[in-house]
Design a binder for this molecule. Structure first.
Ligand code: CAA
Length: 241
């Protein structure tokens, strides 16, 4: 029986590449998504990967969704907390709503998803949690006080939980991608992207989603059992965190 992997935000952007790479590596993959039904349907059509709709910002929805995935596919061995949103704004213009939405999804979402799978992983003495943080959680980014705070929080969460999971065969790691060529990054004003951001990336280009997916497959593998609490930076040399 192949292991089951659940990827949040798994039908678009970096998450879609992660879902596909895990499937190619032999996992039975469930891709969670929050809103875009058309993209999810197209993704299933293209890949054969089942999609499940709920918001990671809602604890009860996560618990219910995870139960459904486990009933249909089997116990979750690998959880990839990838779902994330941006509500960029300079701080003097940022609203409480923009702050809350990003913290609820990008930080509390990790609690909401990990808590319902944690006891099962402890009982089975095996688990792989991979949290997708960001270079901007490591270095901070003007216009992203909300996002940077949440993504830095993801790294703290990773380090704390790694210590709790270690004796139970559960590893908890983070990947901190830099600027990857997805819709999220392409939504940045072109002038800002070309004049302020890309010049700060030593390799001189945006990353590819597959370059993040490869690191997830590695951390999910049985062979990565001694790596826990780490953060892999994958950012083209932009920041050495
Ligand atoms: N540091 C310091 N000051 C800065 C700055 C920076 N990096 N960037 C902008 N400013 C200043 C500007 O110089 C300007 O100052 P003045 O008013 O004195 O001229 C002021 O801030 C306002 O700048 P903008 O005109 O750009 O303001 P805006 O309201 O039109 O746009 C913004 C603000 C939406 C945040 C825009 O600057 C932006 O999109 N920045 C990029 C943010 C970013 O990197 N987001 C990443 C999204 S992708 C992602 O999150 C994935 C991932 O993990 C990497």
């Amino acid at each position: 029986m192949s292991k089951v992997a659940l990827v949040t935000g798994g039908s678009r952007g970096i998450g879609a590449a992660i879902s596909k790479a895990l499937k190619d590596a032999g996992y039975t993959v469930a891709a969670n998504y929050a809103g875009n039904d058309d993209a999810a349907a197209a993704f299933t059509e293209e890949t054969g990967i089942k999609t499940y709709k709920w918001s990671v910002a809602d604890y009860d929805a996560c618990a219910e969704g995870i139960k459904k995935v486990e009933e249909e596919l089997g116990p979750i061995a690998v959880l990839v907390n990838n779902a994330g949103i941006t509500r960029d704004s300079m701080f003097h213009k940022m609203t409480a709503q923009q702050w809350k939405e990003v913290i609820d999804t990008n930080l509390t979402g990790l609690f909401n998803m990990t808590h319902p799978v944690w006891n099962g992983m402890r009982d089975r003495k095996f688990g792989r949690i991979v949290n997708i943080s960001s270079v901007n959680g490591q270095k901070g980014q003007a216009g992203q006080a909300n996002y940077s705070a949440a993504k830095a929080g993801d790294i703290g969460f990773t380090r704390a939980l790694a210590q709790e999971g270690a004796r139970a065969g559960i590893t908890v790691n983070a990947i901190a991608p830099g600027y990857i060529g997805t819709e999220m990054v392409r939504a940045i004003d072109e002038k800002v992207l070309n004049e302020r951001i890309i010049p700060q990336i030593p390799v001189g280009r945006l990353g590819e989603p597959e370059e993040i997916a490869r690191a997830v497959v590695f951390l999910a593998s049985d062979e990565a059992g001694f790596i826990t609490g780490s953060t892999i930076s994958a950012n083209g040399g932009q920041f050495f965190g």
